[in-house]
Design a protein around this ligand. Sequence first.
Ligand code: DSN
Length: 502
Amino acid sequence: MPLSLKFVSKVLFRERTITSFRHLLHATTVRMVSNGDTSFKLMNTTLQESDPELFALIQKEKKRQTNGLEMIASENFTSLSVLQCLSTCLHNKYSEGLPGARYYGGNEYIDQIEILAQKRALAAFNLNPEEWGVNVQPYSGSPANLAVYTAVVEPHGRIMGLDLPDGGHLTHGYRTATKRISSTSIFFESMPYKVHPETGIIDYDELERTAKLFKPTLIIAGISCYSRCLDYKRFRDIADQNGAILFSDMAHVSGLVAAGVIPSPFDYSDIVSTTTHKTLRGPRAGMIFFRKGVKGVNAKGEKIYYDYENKINQAVFPGLQGGPHNHAIGAIATAMLQAQQPEFVQYQKQVILNAKRLAEGLTKRGYKIVTGGTDVHLILVDFRGTGVTGGKAEKILDAVSIAGNKNTVPGDKSAFNPSGLRLGTPALTTRGLKEDDIDQVAAFIDEAIKLAKEIQVISGPKLVDYNRVLENDPAIVAKVSQLRERVENFSKDFPLPGYVDY
Ligand code: DSN
């Protein structure tokens, strides 16, 4: 390369480094540089410049997130550091295998990053690395759970999880009477346990009786919509009575567990999985923790060891996944550092205080909350007997810029027309809402539900008629838009972490 060109290319390289650094620091424009190759030019243009159509949609989504109240219990706003990791060069690298044993070269730094993520994940949950290991490669919670079953349950082996309509997750073996819905019920034989239809609390006695008959290989202690702490000791006892593995899926509550504000599944479980983006507030990814080291001593006095480590690592790769998403693993590493800070504990305490205040605010306005309240980050409102369904509640809230989701309540006959609404406080708490602000949120929700009842008087019971009135009746449209404006004005006072424009 001639000297002058070399010089130019050096300057250009420096320019790119600076601009990409600026990009990470919120810059929305990057000065274009080029080495004369048109393909290079295409590859080095900002999203805003190269794809304004998509960029505009992303900005609209950002505006929606900023202007509205995000109350979907599984969602959160991640940090600037996490977002930065997700858009780094880590994205470019293939690294099948584990640190020190990869199928590709060039993994010197990727190895260090994955080891850092593992160490910090163990530290965030206060785990002794002699007793616990972790795989940080699962793409998210569902793949993590499937990897656990693949690792330790034989094909068509038996698993027991909380039924989906009772607050369990699809991946806990969900099936209906006529159809196997989740692959975890296609590849494994699943038997659900239930909550008590009146109290909404898990019926541990029934689980104990059923487990004795079904003899599962693995029992899942985990939830997707359950507002009380799990009795992990009781789960352990039931697992032990049947020689079953106790697997806890703490995806929803892992941030609360890391902060030590609710009981930990690690005290009693053999294996624990989590997503990293819910209360844990990291990137969209998953992790599996497994016991390792000495399990006990046999009759001959010989040590016996846990054998989960290799089985789980192999189930993740090559069993179910290909190359790890290294940008997500980098982001897990930084999120797990954040999860060890005192501010994180404060945040998790506030998540619970806010959820409790939300339950109180709605209860005093006449709403029924399943289990009578909450110990965690979510509540489930039971609309049975009010004429409003979960679907109608979700729809009106959406129209006034409050995001929640319809959900079955214990005893519901149909998962397609559920009677409940799940609401969570993790995302609002990240934006800085405190109990007094939550009082205002409860008041907004109440106003919206009253509007839903008003709509129903005009529309009758069918959802399609309800939606038509909601969208077209001039008096209703005016009321909805007035409430939406107040909700959006209120929301704007609470900043979102991350990039300013997108
Ligand atoms: N979809 C998540 C939830 O909303 O609970 C779980 O995967």
